[in-house]
Write a protein that binds this ligand. Structure first.
Ligand SMILES: [Zn+2]
Ligand SMILES: [Zn+2]
Length: 243
């Protein structure tokens, strides 16, 4: 046990090609249990994404981007087949998977996708019912959060007048790395007015944008299930690293 603990401090010690710091990541993080995740990213799996997941990892390390990991939220799909665990181990970066779906209130991030949820509605379509997405997420232990709500057309604020305030929203993305003009201010104002909590994500489609915005959690967090738990615990903070 002593030997193992000593090894945690040495970040270059490797066992079977896997860094000890990664293998014992939960233990080493206990000393400083704050995890910063970029909750909104796209890879080449998304039709308009140009970044490979490996390149995101390389960029994060090369530029010391201040995040511990990221969630791939590909457009209108859930990527069941890709396994990023080797990359995650190699770079010591948490890589989780989610989705970005399209509703009558605009785009919505979904965390904690599983087969049960995937069979409840058609991820590939546009114009899903937000309330139905939220309800089905609750049923299957997932969580839905409208993203870039201040953006024209594809953000929630633009649709409030027509559709009214939807039931079930608790969290919205208040800091988005791709926001222009006052989009984040519009999002923050809505969140304040309606009592929503805010998360942050870069909405990166190219490597250099990863980590522009992120979310800080007070707990350790290594799986999609733990991410949903951490979001439901409602103790997190949206942060921006935009220059
Ligand atoms: Zn979007
Ligand atoms: Zn997006």
């Amino acid at each position: 046990m002593r030997t193992a603990r000593r090894a945690v401090g040495g970040f270059d010690v490797r066992i079977g090609g896997r860094s000890v710091a990664t293998a014992l990541g939960n233990e080493s993080q206990k000393a400083n249990p704050k995890v910063i995740l970029d909750l909104h990213t796209h890879s080449i799996k998304s039709d308009d994404g140009r970044a490979k997941v490996q390149n995101y990892c390389q960029w994060i390390r090369a530029k010391s981007v201040p995040i511990d990991g990221f969630v791939l939220t590909e457009h209108r799909q859930f990527d069941f087949e890709s396994d990023y665990s080797e990359l995650a181990s190699k770079f010591g970066i948490t890589i989780l998977k989610g989705a970005e779906v399209e509703t009558e209130y605009g785009h919505v991030l979904v965390f904690g996708v599983n087969e049960g949820l995937y069979n409840e509605f058609d991820f590939t379509t546009i114009g899903l019912s937000l309330e139905n997405v939220i309800e089905k997420c609750e049923k299957h232990g997932a969580l839905a959060a409208p993203c870039h709500p201040g953006r024209p057309r594809v953000g929630m604020v633009a649709h409030l007048e027509e559709h009214g305030i939807p039931n079930g929203v608790r969290i919205v993305e208040t800091k988005n790395g791709g926001s222009r003009g006052d989009e984040d201010e519009v999002a923050a104002k809505m969140a304040e007015d309606l009592g929503y909590l805010g998360i942050g994500g870069s909405d990166s489609h190219i490597v250099s944008h990863i980590g522009r915005c992120a979310t800080r959690f007070p707990t350790t967090l290594a799986t999609e299930g733990e991410l949903v738990e951490a979001l439901k615990a409602e103790e997190f903070e949206a942060i921006s690293n935009k220059q």
